[in-house]
Each structure stands twice: as structure tokens, then as C-alpha cells.
Design a protein around this ligand. Structure first.
Ligand code: AMP
Length: 403
């Protein structure tokens, strides 16, 4: 049984950090409620146990205190209808009013606090601000993976005031379990598919994966830097000239570690960065001048597909090409379908970090893979091998200390 499931919240006031940083339109209507829905199991579990819930979150990036467009009051009606109860709202997240509303909360009730980031003390990780938040509840639950890599007051510092009465919620527990299935005890072979625009933003991940992966598939814009580094002709393709050495180092490291580094062998090229550009297929190291590679080619798709289908654990981060353009999305879509096929055959598949999540959603395949992570930056830092403050703060009895 999950640890969170085993906790009995009867008569407890749970202070729950959620990620309700949802997009709002000009009329302050929620345009995508995925993040709210993702937190519902945790909230419902506490209510059903006979506890009450005090929800805290950030919304957007307010600069100088309260701003109408970033108020969490815009979420109250929708949250109430999703939960089937009338959610209370406090227009502050600390202070007398918040204390009073929290203390008057009855079992089964939910109170939503105003945006934490209306105080600059939230992002600075101010310990006194964290203490004021902590006074509102008698148990702390962190269910916000998207901010777990930040040592903010509500995600990390607040845990110092709860000793043993603190836990991850269902969502964060699932995130951690899924990543650990890949990083800590993967069923071999483990294949990491790394794509996206630049090597520079993925280098730490690739280096960390060399310790555990059997295959590392490279696609997307970053592939052309590897090809140029090996003296291939890449035309106008995206290249980071200051990363050519790094690319060669990665190729060497793969040999040393016995990891199969799979680079594309062919590519779909365009004569401009546009969906309507002329397109053709060629060898990836023989791109004519004036043309640029915007997707992987058929031969690469076939090779990558075979590797994916022979894997028992798959991690996918980053698209294989400019999948936003329908004429250059075949590589990304095909890889997504291979990951789905491998999952059907029993592999564990984790999709995480930014644009691969957007891609899997674009093709409506999110429910056909094992897990789609909700945290962009947090997921990337986790994959780099970093220990996230929001996670340490719950795991360690003494909480998190800034050294
Ligand atoms: P990242 O955020 O680093 O994962 O990069 C994702 C972005 O890389 C997407 O917006 C893709 O359109 C872009 N991308 C992927 N392949 C290429 C390519 N061959 N050339 C230029 N951009 C690319």
C-alpha cells in the first residue's frame, strides 16, 4: 500500500501544497484544469478519512504583491464543482484571517488560500513565512511535483515544522515511484530517448543516464551537433558550435561505458524553417547547403523503433523533430507509437519533461504509456541525478536545511 494511503487523516487539518498553476483566459476562466484534477485523489482521501484540507498554491508570476489576474479565487467555483462541496476561500495565505478560517474548518471541509507568491517570502524560502503557513495545519502534505526542485517556503521550508507529520500526496508519490522505476531499479534493457533542440540543456541528463541506460537514442535538433562534430555536412541545421567538443566527449563516453548511443542516420530536410517549406529525405551527414534537418528519416525511425520494442524500460524526453509542423512530425509520432507498442508488450514507459509530454498529448496517447510526468523542470533536474529539496524535506526527519 502507498505510504500516503496508509495515513489516517481523521480529525486532522492537512496543509496541502498543490500545483494549481493553471492557465486562465482574459475572463479568468480556466482553460486547462489538468493540474487541478491531478490533485483531487489526495484531497478526497483526506476528506473521506474525516479530515479537513487547507490548500496552498502559487499561480503565475506576480511581481509586486497581489494582482487580480493571479488570484486563486478564480479557481474556487470550478474546484467546488469538481469536489462536489463548497470550497472556502481566504484572500490571504497567512495572518489573522487565514488562522481564523483554518481553525474554524470542520471535518470534510476544504479551504483554499490566496496565491503564495503574493509574498516574495515564498520564493525566497523565508523561514518565518514558512512558520506562519505551518501554523495553519497539523499535518503537511506536498503534492506539487512541478515545484519540488525549488527550496521555496511552501514546498520545502515548511516541512521543518512537521517533523514526522508530513508526507507526499498521491501525485508526488506516483511521480517519485515512476522515476525511481527508471533511475534506481530499471528492468533491463533500459532505453532513454533524448530529443529536443539543444545538447547544452540535456548534457547533464545524458551524462547521468550513461550510468544506467543500455541504449541512448538521440533525436531532434541536438542530433545535428553530433553529426557536425564527426565532420558530417549539416547545411543550415540547428547546431551548437560551442558544443562540438561535448558531442565528441559523449560519443567517447558511450564507447567507454558500453552504452549503445543511437544517432539518426537519415533526416527529413527543408529549405526553410516552415511547415510549407520544400522537403526531402537524405543521409543525415550529407545535407545540402541551404537545407536544414527538421525531422528524423524513415531508416532512423525503423532503427529506433526496433530498439524501443526490445526494451523493458523506456524514458522519453524531447521530440525527434519539429513536431509542431505537421510535415515534420512523423519521427516524433512514430516514436510515440513505438513507446505505446512496447508498453502494451509489458515495458514500463515514462514520458517526462516539456515537449515530449506535449507530443504524447497531441497524439492522444497519454493514457497508453505507463506514466506521464507533471513536472517539467523538476523532472529534468531529477533525471540529472540531483536530489530535489521538496523531496528531501519530506524524506528526512529533520527536514531541509540550507547549508
Ligand atoms: P526542448 O525544449 O529542448 O526539448 O526542445 C523542444 C523543441 O525542439 C521543439 O519545439 C522542437 O520544435 C524543437 N526541435 C526539435 N527538432 C528540431 C530540429 N531538427 N530543428 C530545430 N528545432 C527542433
Amino acid at each position: 500500500m502507498s505510504n500516503f494511503q496508509s495515513i489516517n487523516f481523521n480529525n486532522k487539518k492537512a496543509l496541502v501544497r498543490v500545483d494549481f498553476n493553471v492557465p486562465l483566459n482574459d475572463q479568468f476562466e480556466i482553460t486547462d484544469d489538468t493540474r487541478i484534477k491531478a490533485a483531487l485523489p489526495t484531497i478526497k482521501k483526506i476528506i473521506n478519512d474525516g479530515g479537513s484540507v487547507i490548500l496552498m498554491s502559487h499561480l503565475g508570476r506576480p511581481k509586486l504583491g497581489p494582482e487580480e489576474k493571479f488570484s486563486l479565487k478564480h479557481l474556487v467555483d470550478h474546484l467546488s464543482s469538481l469536489l462536489g462541496i463548497s470550497v472556502k476561500f481566504c484572500d490571504d495565505c497567512i495572518g489573522e484571517k487565514a488562522n481564523k478560517m483554518a481553525s474554524e474548518l470542520n471535518a470534510g471541509e476544504v479551504l483554499l488560500l490566496e496565491n503564495l507568491r503574493f509574498y516574495k517570502h515564498e520564493t525566497s524560502g523565508d523561514i518565518n513565512f514558512a512558520k506562519q503557513l505551518a501554523e495553519l495545519g497539523d499535518f503537511y502534505v506536498n503534492d506539487a511535483f512541478g515545484t519540488a526542485h525549488r527550496a521555496h517556503a511552501s514546498t520545502t521550508m515548511v516541512a521543518n515544522f512537521f517533523q514526522e507529520s508530513k508526507s507526499f500526496g498521491f501525485l508526488l508519490e506516483n511521480e517519485i515511484n515512476s522515476i525511481q522505476k527508471v533511475l534506481d531499479a530499471p528492468e533491463k534493457p533500459l532505453t532513454a530517448i533524448i530529443g529536443g533542440a539543444k545538447i547544452s540543456s540535456k548534457i547533464s541528463i545524458i551524462e547521468n543516464l550513461f550510468n544506467i541506460a543500455d541504449n541512448i537514442i538521440i533525436g531532434g535538433g541536438m542530433a545535428y551537433t553530433f553529426i557536425k562534430a564527426q565532420e558530417g555536412k549539416v547545411g543550415n541545421s540547428l547546431v551548437e558550435d560551442d558544443q562540438l567538443e561535448t558531442a565528441l566527449k559523449i560519443i567517447d563516453l558511450a564507447k567507454q561505458k558500453g552504452v549503445n548511443l543511437a544517432l539518426p542516420t537519415d533526416t527529413i530536410i527543408a529549405d526553410g524553417f516552415s511547415n510549407d517549406a520544400n522537403r526531402k529525405q537524405c543521409k543525415i551527414d550529407d545535407i545540402p547547403a541551404g537545407w536544414m534537418g527538421l525531422d528524423i528519416g524513415e531508416e532512423s525511425i525503423e532503427t529506433f523503433k526496433n530498439i524501443v520494442l526490445a526494451s523493458n524500460t523506456i524514458l522519453w524526453n524531447g521530440p525527434m523533430g519539429v513536431f509542431e509542423f505537421s510535415n515534420f512530425e512523423d519521427g516524433t509520432k512514430s516514436i510515440a507509437l513505438s513507446v505505446v507498442e512496447a508498453t502494451k508488450k509489458g515495458a514500463f514507459s515514462l514520458i517526462g519533461g516539456g515537449d515530449s509530454v506535449a507530443a504524447i498529448n497531441k497524439y492522444n496517447l497519454a493514457n497508453q504509456v505507463s506514466y506521464v510526468s507533471t513536472g517539467g523542470g523538476a523532472m529534468l533536474e531529477y533525471l540529472e541525478g540531483k536530489r530535489l529539496p521538496g523531496i528531501i524535506a519530506i524524506q528526512q526527519k529533520e527536514g531541509f536545511r540550507i547549508s
